[in-house]
Design a binder for this molecule. Sequence first.
Ligand code: FCB
Length: 459
Amino acid sequence: MRYEFPKDFLWGVATSAYQIEGAVDEDGRGKSIWDVFSHTPGKIHNDENGDVACDHYHRYKEDVESMAELGVKAYRFSISWCRIFPDGKKNLNEKGLDFYSKLVDELLKHEIEPFPTLYHWDLPQALQENGGWENRETVNWFEKYSYTVFKRLGDRVKNWITLNEPFCSSFLGYVTGEHAPGYRNEVKRALSVAHNLLLAHGKSVKILREEVRGGRIGIANAVNIVSPASENEDDIRSARMVDEILNGWYHEPIASGKYPDELSKMYEFVGYMPEIGEEDMKIISEPMDFWGVNYYSRVLVKSNPEKFGGFEWVGGDLEKTDMGWEVYPKGIYEAIVKVRNYKELPVYITENGMADRDELVDGRVEDRRRIRYIKDHLRWLHKAIKEGHDVRGYFVWTLMDNFEWAHGYSKRFGLLYTDYRTLERIPKSSFNWYKEVISENGFEDDEELMDGWKIENPN
Ligand code: FCB
């Protein structure tokens, strides 16, 4: 059967600043929490860091060329706050703004729609030293930063994303300690971070309305499909709670101006609830234009009173990517339905893709599993569209292999293979396949639609 996509469907690729730019000491850039974290021994695989990364800061033209060759209609990238305001606050660094302005011009020259994210985890270190996202003042500095960027780029950039995955900034940064700033088991602090991030989101939406004529804005949340590991009632209850922790907490306040009931009661009970100002929920729920959905996998939850929080995540029986994430393509469909249940807004899949053990053999990378991964997800996405869900675009994570946070350079998600010795980018088979999909605005496939990849499946 042929999977045909809507005429204006926005095919894209996504990246983020710290993962690709490098040039950390150039043109007046300040430090971010990720510079400090990645230079702290023991935090990142092999103690790697983003000092050079893909050197995109110097090679952006070449990278835009590759995107043009791929034929994408849109590019999601992130703006590094510490290039614009090195101290996070006051001293505007024109050179930092210039870089993004040139990038935008280069994209438009190739008819690629820029889709910048204002915050993809790289808080200016100077603000962290002042309490970071726990300090409400950071919200005001974010407002100022948003305003500055909107003013400067808003004449050419109409589509904006406020935050990338605030769940990760709060929980991976303050509970698991896997991400910057690297605190552990600080749930109360994580929740105040999350609250301030949501406030920053809402304020930024409001500023966009005032400053960018014809502008559209949304948030890119991680959406995880959470299922109980069994039919057992305790597992079902735990799964519902985890769903609220991961998803509800970052969607409901935006959609309907309140935190999820059950979980708030529990947080209240243990004294974890953040302080909520009178206007806060109104600010957070400032009407926005679309949901960005970052979808990768599902999680299975089992109740376990011995564990922190009373639950644990268990491995399922589906095939896994190199990240150890189960491949569950149906989840992209479920994620779309889910966010539209919170509020019926248009959806962009702002990230989807897989890490695999790609190997360069005779100058080629045959990444057949990645092609199958993307294709299977697109088939489920197509079903959502057919059923009437307004899904406007799809961004592959990611254009080229890059710095995968705590995993350093060990995980490859790109359509382009990055040779880290020479920084050469080499198109993988998936690059050529995706290029064809875009040019045909769809593809043929006769296989049966499967919920997830059963382990016995061959490549
Ligand atoms: C997402 C992040 C993105 C990338 C992918 C693999 O959670 O937003 O930067 O690391 O995972």
